[in-house]
Design a protein around this ligand. Structure first.
Ligand code: MGD
Ligand code: MGD
Ligand code: SF4
Ligand code: MO
Length: 866
């Protein structure tokens, strides 16, 4: 057993991990010495060990669907890129990369495209994620710098969470905020149209009208001005205020107009204003509810304006905080991997282009920004971009209007995909597939949300013929003729060059400067402890603008779209607690798959009622871009007229639940970030003739049912199905050979089949036309149960002596179900999450389910009073 310190694979919190490695197995623990998490890990980090098997991995290069050698694959990619550039120019090729690359990978990609191929056409999935924050920072500060750290949460008196489901998406930050609240009474305000679990312990939740954040922030700013809460000295010395800024703000910013614009009770709005007025130590944390809008950049600047005008920046516990999503979104910003930035926090100003040209000794320097993600795929569709290399992202799922993206990829003459997983929705379009090293095999650095650079270290040898992304690109660059410019032997070589560029002719112009690592030795790089660059940004009131002053940016509330007759509702999209994006990795974990087993559409009960939709019905969600089918979840936490669906399900797991097909490709005019959070939509209840489920050790790729979603369970798969016609067609296609026990309900067309091999259950199919289906949990357990259940039990789907039904699993670490918690709360009179933890262990390991437990306590108490 070896212990290796590394960083979590998933979110931008960037938690440190101590991995105990034995062969290809790993036990995961939080690293108590890592400043980002001090030993804690959420459910996703805790269960990383379930995702490092070789299952589903791409293990060798493929070209034209056949296994080829690395030499052949590299030669093929280099030749096609060289030929395409020779015939159609450098802008006819592109890279589409990701915040899940390491900084070293990202640096090589950026250098190859911008300095050697000579085009700005490298964009990244960060365009979909925080490009509005980048653009907003640059407009206000002159540089893309996040001026906050997690330690500020410990010192703030007020934390405003805007468009962030922190409890699910940045759980360890959320736990830190809750700890601060417990120890010093920090006030928490959540601004989100939905009532998420993040609201569970908040002082105030403002369920504003989607897209009305500018009205809200401007209203608050006007209130601050009227109440004398602006920091006049700071505004005078440190901030440039454009002429007419305050006059423009005045209109429609009074409390009543703002409340009407945001569809909020004026009293709640005033309560927020008063909290803001009373607590100068304010952190405003914002995420995709702000960024993913067609006015995302303005929304970001509305928040930054507020902090600048009240001097709440560059001080302990006071700052705007754009939290990053992906593990290395921030590292990508540092290398300049967006099409709109050049390198090392430099833009495409001619003097910067010259600086970087000299530094790289670049033969063909890009002199202007390249195509942003959505435009890039449009140009692929139109045939202007003729060769694309996609790395560490799954755009056939995650770009808006994924249907159009698929058309683009299908018509593109040359598509290269580097991924660690063999079969993704995007890889299906690849002419060449390159096997990338996975999380447990990668070696390099990542930067988290708070500018902390940490080492990611390899735990295992490379799987099969997989190679690190930097190595793959280096080989292609060399094959294209740039041998000595890409002669890197190890990630440390690349890191040193990146550090040198950050300081090259910088002279204090840019805060991003890690020049002190320009000559770091290989052993020192290997042993590197987490460190932060940039100190406390703007603490001296100086910004990265020519005159050193920050800028207030006039922003107006956009005119919101009127509901369309055909699409009267609004679709909001986002994340589940225990899945990561397109599920290529979290989808491998049975533990993580328990939290949500199907893609759900969350609907307000009154909206459901109007459409005759009941809980668990199948519902088709249609938008101008496409349609997909989801299971209905009725929720009072939704606003009327708005529904929410998760982004995670792909063609690989599901015929329905395909959120990627639904958003339109409308983008913010400044940043190019898509407005994923707001799409006109329509709901229709579907009435399939039958529905049911399959539980099996193995399931075929294609499942002949109108609706089918599959998810990992302990010893196999759970597939929820629904369809029309004769269900025995389905039975034939999905059930393995073996001893069959079955009952067919001729009259009502139902079906129950169990298949055994050597006395062990290997598959069970339950179909009904009108009745109920049994709970899945007991049957799932039978797939791996040692003792044999009787035929009668199997066909009933439950044991002869009834077991308590735990209900859906809430705590995935200790397998504690919802019904168990509710019962314990009701019968034992438990009043706190701690008490539930003592009674049932639930919530005492990773803590990700603590907000859910809190909610169950509240609901149970309410039910008891009712
Ligand atoms: N479990 C999990 N965690 C993750 C990820 C994951 O896939 N799974 N992905 C990571 C990544 S890359 C990212 S970018 C982050 C995203 O983290 P978050 O931004 O926290 O997550 P989302 O669910 O996308 O959206 C956040 C909230 O914005 C709200 N919202 C929608 N419209 C509006 C609006 O008009 N105004 C306001 N104020 N709010 C609105 C939504 O209702 C939603 O609750 O999560 C990271 N962490
Ligand atoms: N409707 C809607 N759409 C959205 C969003 C939303 O809120 N709503 N959010 C957007 C946001 S914020 C984001 S960040 C994107 C995320 O969307 P994607 O980036 O498309 O999602 P992932 O599933 O993380 O894709 C990462 C891919 O890289 C592979 N991979 C993992 N590690 C490595 C590696 O080291 N090297 C290589 N070469 N491959 C690797 C994985 O197997 C996977 O196939 O989705 C965006 N799309
Ligand atoms: S909060 Fe969870 S997913 Fe994010 S880095 Fe920490 S352990 Fe990983
Ligand atoms: Mo993201």
């Amino acid at each position: 057993m070896r212990e290796i310190r590394t960083t979590c694979a998933y979110c931008g919190v960037g938690c440190g991990i101590r991995a105990e490695v034995t062969g290809r197995e790993v036990a995961i623990k939080g690293d108590a010495e890592h400043p980002a998490n001090a030993g804690k890990l959420c459910s996703k980090g805790t269960h990383l060990g379930e995702t490092v098997s070789l299952e589903g991995r791409l293990l060798y290069p493929e070209a034209g669907g056949k296994r080829v050698s690395w030499d052949k694959a590299i030669d093929r990619v280099a030749k096609r890129f060289t030929d395409t550039i020779a015939r159609h120019g450098p802008d006819s090729v592109a890279f589409y990369v990701s915040g899940q690359l390491l900084t070293e990978d990202y640096y090589v990609a950026n250098k190859l495209m911008k300095g050697f191929i000579g085009s700005g056409n490298i964009d990244t999935n960060s365009r979909l994620c925080m490009s509005s924050a980048v653009a907003g920072h640059i407009r206000a500060f002159g540089e893309d710098v996040v001026p906050a750290t997690y330690a500020d949460f410990d010192e703030a008196d007020l934390i405003v969470l805007v468009g962030s489901n922190t409890a699910w998406c940045h759980p360890i930050v959320y736990q830190r905020i809750m700890a601060a609240r417990a120890s010093r009474g920090t006030k928490i305000v959540v601004i989100d149209p939905r009532r998420t679990e993040t609201c569970e312990d908040a002082d105030l939740h403002l369920p504003l009208r989607p897209g009305s954040d500018v009205a809200l922030m401007n209203g608050l700013l006007a209130h601050c001005r009227d109440k004398g809460l602006l920091d006049a000295g700071y505004l005078e010395d440190c901030v440039n205020t454009p002429d007419g800024f305050w006059d423009a703000l005045g209109e429609g910013s009074d409390l009543w107009s703002t409340a009407a614009a945001c569809d909020l009770p004026p009293a709640d709005l005033l309560a927020f204003y008063e909290l803001f007025a009373a607590n100068p130590r304010t952190i405003t944390l914002f995420s995709q509810g702000i960024n993913q809008s067609v006015r995302g950049t303005d929304q970001v600047n509305a928040i930054l304006n507020l902090h600048l005008a009240t001097g709440r920046i560059g001080k302990p516990g006071a700052a705007p905080f754009s939290i990053t999503g992906q593990p290395n979104a921030m590292g990508g910003r540092e290398v300049g991997g967006l099409a709109s930035t050049l390198a090392a926090h430099m833009d495409f100003a001619p003097e910067n282009v010259e600086t970087v040209r000299r530094f790289w000794a670049a033969p063909r320097m890009a002199s202007k920004p390249g195509l942003k993600a959505v435009d890039l795929f449009r140009q692929v569709r139109e045939g202007r971009v003729k060769a694309i290399w996609i790395m560490a992202t799954n755009p056939a799922v995650s770009l808006p209007d994924a249907g159009l993206v698929r058309e683009a990829l299908a018509t593109c003459p040359f598509v290269v995909v580097s991924d660690c997983i063999a079969d993704t929705d995007t890889a299906r379009f690849a002419h060449v597939k390159l096997p990338a090293a996975g999380w447990g095999e990668k070696d390099g650095t990542v930067t988290n949300s708070e500018r902390l650079i940490s080492r990611q270290r390899a735990l295992f040898p490379l799987a099969g013929e997989a190679k690190p992304d930097w190595w793959i690109m280096t080989q292609v660059a060399q094959a294209m003729g740039w041998t000595e410019h890409f002669a890197y032997d190890c990630p440390a070589d690349i890191y040193r060059e990146h550090a040198r560029l950050s300081t090259y002719q910088n002279g204090g112009k840019r805060l991003f400067d890690i020049g002190y690592h320009a000559a770091i030795s290989n052993p020192a790089y290997d042993a590197m402890e987490p460190f932060r660059w940039g100190g406390v940004p703007f603490a001296d009131g100086r910004f990265s603008t020519p005159d050193g002053k920050a800028r207030l940016v006039p922003v107006e509330q956009m005119v919101l779209e009127k509901p369309l007759a055909k699409f009267p509702m609004t679709l909001n999209t986002g994340r589940y607690r225990d899945q990561w994006h397109t599920m290529t990795r979290t989808g491998l974990s049975p533990k993580l798959s328990q939290h949500r087993r199907e893609p759900l559409v969350e609907i307000h009960p009154a909206d459901a009622d109007e459409r005759g939709i009941a809980a668990d019905d199948l519902v088709q969600v249609s938008t101008p871009a496409g349609d997909s089918v989801f299971r209905a979840l009725l929720s009072e936490g939704q606003r009327r007229g708005e529904v929410f669906t998760p982004i995670h399900w792909t063609d690989r797991q599901s015929t329905g639940g395909r959120t990627g097909l639904l958003p339109r490709s409308l983008v913010d005019p400044v940043s190019g970030q898509p407005g994923f959070k707001s799409t006109p939509a329509r709901l229709e209840k579907l009435a399939p003739e039958w529905r049911g489920f399959l539980i099996a050790r193995d399931v075929p790729d294609a499942i002949p049912a109108a609706y089918a979603t599959k998810i990992r369970v302990a010893a196999g798969w759970l597939v929820e199905v629904a369809g029309d016609g004769d269900p025995s067609v389905l039975a034939k296609a999905v059930l393995p050979k073996g001893e069959r026990i079955e009952t067919v309900d001729q009259a009502r067309g139902g079906l129950r089949v169990a298949v055994l091999q050597d006395g062990q259950l290997v598959a069970a199919l339950f179909i009904t036309r009108s009745g109920r289906t049994p709970s899945r949990e007991w049957l799932i357990a039978q797939l791996s149960a040692a003792g044999m259940a009787s035929a009668i039990e199997l066909l009933a789907g439950r044991p002869a002596t009834p077991q308590a039904d735990r209900g859906p699993i809430v705590c995935v670490c200790f397998d504690v179900g919802m019904k168990t918690i509710i019962e314990a709360v009701a019968t034992q009179g438990l009043v706190s999450v701690e008490a539930v933890g003592q009674a049932l262990s639930a919530g005492t390991n990773c803590g990700s389910c603590r907000p859910a437990i809190q909610r169950l306590i509240g609901e149970t108490k309410e039910a008891a009073h009712a």
